[in-house]
Design a binder for this molecule. Structure first.
Ligand code: FEO
Length: 170
């Protein structure tokens, strides 16, 4: 039996991950409209990954005999003011999600819920990677974003990203 507080936080995380997917789809739409199709594609794939994360939380609850409760997904609430600002918002959002994962981990730790801690280990690592990716994008845009040729090359590089299913299997 999972602790009630842990269940509540895991369930909330389903919604947060779907919101992340929604937010990144909004980013993607912004970039497509700006003509930066590589950035658009990169964030569309990121949205797919976020959906995968939500599905993993759903599966984990089900594996533990808990019925997930789906709540309304908020409208993306981030003002997309420039190609650079969107990347900065992406980094901020990943830092926020890391905090959420750590909060669940902390709740699991406090009730010695080793199973949930082990499940969350994958997400702790994943968040490290995602923050790093987002930070790299911010830095590279700062270096190359003002030069059209360099921006074209960066956009082409991001277009090459391919979707891969999560390495975590439940
Ligand atoms: Fe599912 Fe990027 O957090």
């Amino acid at each position: 039996m999972l602790d009630q507080k842990v269940v509540e936080l895991l369930n909330q995380q389903i919604n947060k991950e779907f919101y992340s997917a929604y937010l990144y789809l909004d980013f993607s739409n912004y970039y497509y409209e700006e003509g930066l199709e590589g950035f658009g594609s990169w964030y569309k794939i990121q949205a797919q990954e976020e959906r995968d994360h939500a599905m993993l939380f759903i599966q984990y609850l089900q594996n533990n005999g808990v019925r997930p409760v789906l709540e309304a997904i908020e409208k993306p609430a981030v003002a997309l003011t420039s190609a650079k600002a969107v990347l900065e918002e992406g980094l901020k959002h990943e830092q926020y999600v890391t905090g959420l994962i750590h909060t669940i981990y902390d709740a699991a730790y406090s009730v010695k819920d080793f199973r949930t801690m082990q499940f969350l280990d994958w997400f702790v690592k994943e968040q490290g990677e995602e923050e790093n990716n987002a930070d790299n994008l911010v830095k590279r845009f700062a270096l190359f974003g003002d030069d059209p040729k360099s921006l074209y090359m960066l956009d082409s590089e991001l277009a090459a990203r391919v979707y891969s299913a999560p390495s975590l299997v439940l």
